[in-house]
Design a protein around this ligand. Structure first.
Ligand code: GRG
Length: 301
C-alpha cells in the first residue's frame, strides 16, 4: 500500500466521520448543552478509533453505513471520556485538542452533562436513528452486538474500571503487570472494541475474529505506552494537551516503571504482534489496518 493511497483513504474517512458527527450531534439540545457537546467532539482529534472501525469493516466486507454508525458511536464515547477525565475531580486539565477544555469553556456542570449526553447518544445511534431512518442500516442482531461490545469496553471491565485504577494509583508503585492491566482497560479496551465493532459489521470467520481481536489488543496497549512516552518527550503545543502531566501528578507510567528504552521496546514488540496477527488473519484487505498500526506507534501527538 502506497503512503499516498493510505493518506487519501484516511483523509476521506476523517471527513466522512466529521460530517456524520456534524449531522448527528444536535446543536439544539436544551440550554446550551448541544453547543457544549459539539465543542467537545467536533473539529479536533485524530479520529483513530473511527478509522479503526472503518478499516476493520473494510477488511471483513462490512457495510459502510453500519460501520459509520459504529465509528461515530465509539468516537462519542471517547470524547465523553476526555471531557470527564479533564474535569477538576479527575485529571484537572485546561487544554485538550489545542483548545480550552469543556469545563473551562462551559463550566463543570455543563461539561458533566455534555459527557453524559454523548455517552447515551452513542448507544442511541447504535439502536435508533435520531430522525434519519433512511440511512439506518443496523439489523437488530448487529445493533445488539455493537452495543454489547461498546458497553463492555466503556464500563467497569474496561475504560471506567481502568480510570478508577488510574485515580487510585497516584503516588503508588505499580508492578509492570498491574500497569499493563490498567492501560489495557483504560485505553486499550476501547481501541480493541473499535476493531471488533468494525469486524462485527462484516463477515469475519472465527480465525479472522480472533486475529483482529489480537491486533486490537496489541495496538490498544501500544497506543497507551506511546502516550506515556510522548508525555515526557513532546511539548504541549505538539500534543494539544498539557505535556509532563503524568510526572506532575505522580502517576505510574511505562516510562516510570520500565524506563524510556524498555517502554520503546515494548511498543516495537506490540507493533510486531499486531502485524503478525494481521498476517495470520486469512483476510486479504488488511492494508489500512496495517498502516494504522504503524501510525499508532510512530505518532508524535
Ligand atoms: C472518564 C470514564 C472515564 C475515562 C477516562 C480516556 C481516559 C479514561 C482518560 C484520558 C486520559 C488520557 C489522555 C489517556 C491517554 C490515552 C488517550 C485516551 C489519549 C487521548 O486519545 P487520542 O490521542 O486523542 O486518540 P484525540 O484527541 O486525538 O482523539
Amino acid at each position: 500500500m502506497k503512503t499516498a493511497a493510505f493518506e487519501d483513504w484516511k483523509r476521506q474517512a476523517q471527513m466522512a466521520v466529521e460530517a456524520a458527527l456534524e449531522a448527528w450531534v444536535p446543536e439544539d439540545a436544551p440550554a446550551g448543552l448541544g453547543v457544549a457537546m459539539r465543542y467537545g467532539v467536533l473539529d479536533g482529534g485524530k479520529r483513530v478509533r473511527p478509522l479503526l472501525v472503518l478499516a476493520a469493516a473494510q477488511a471483513t466486507g462490512g457495510s459502510e453505513g453500519a460501520a459509520m454508525r459504529a465509528a461515530v458511536a465509539v468516537e462519542l464515547i471517547h470524547a465523553y471520556s476526555l471531557i470527564h477525565d479533564d474535569m477538576p475531580c479527575m485529571d484537572n486539565d485546561v487544554l485538550r485538542r489545542g483548545k480550552p477544555t469543556v469545563h473551562v469553556q462551559f463550566g463543570q456542570a455543563q461539561a458533566m452533562l455534555a459527557g453524559d449526553a454523548m455517552h447515551t447518544l452513542a448507544f442511541e445511534l447504535l439502536t435508533a436513528p435520531p430522525g434519519q431512518e433512511e440511512d439506518f442500516e443496523l439489523a437488530p442482531a448487529l445493533s445488539a452486538r455493537l452495543c454489547g461490545l461498546l458497553a463492555r469496553a466503556a464500563g467497569h471491565t474496561g475504560m471506567a474500571g481502568g480510570q478508577a485504577i488510574d485515580l487510585a494509583s497516584v503516588g503508588k508503585p505499580l508492578s509492570h503487570a498491574q500497569l499493563r492491566d490498567m492501560h489495557r482497560r483504560k485505553t486499550g479496551a476501547l481501541l480493541q472494541a473499535s476493531v471488533r465493532m468494525g469486524a462485527a459489521c462484516g463477515r469475519p470467520d472465527a480465525r479472522a475474529w480472533q486475529a483482529l481481536s489480537e491486533y486490537g489488543e496489541a495496538i490498544g496497549l501500544a497506543f497507551q505506552i506511546v502516550d506515556d512516552i510522548l508525555d515526557v518527550t513532546q511539548e504541549s503545543s505538539t500534543l494539544g494537551k498539557t505535556a509532563g502531566k503524568d510526572q506532575d501528578s505522580n502517576k505510574p507510567t511505562y516510562v516510570t516503571v520500565l524506563g524510556l528504552d524498555a517502554a520503546r521496546r515494548q511498543v516495537q514488540e506490540l507493533h510486531a504482534q499486531a502485524h503478525a496477527a494481521l498476517s495470520g488473519s486469512g483476510l486479504a484487505e488488511t492494508a489500512m489496518l496495517a498502516r494504522l498500526a504503524d501510525r499508532i506507534v510512530e505518532r508524535d501527538s
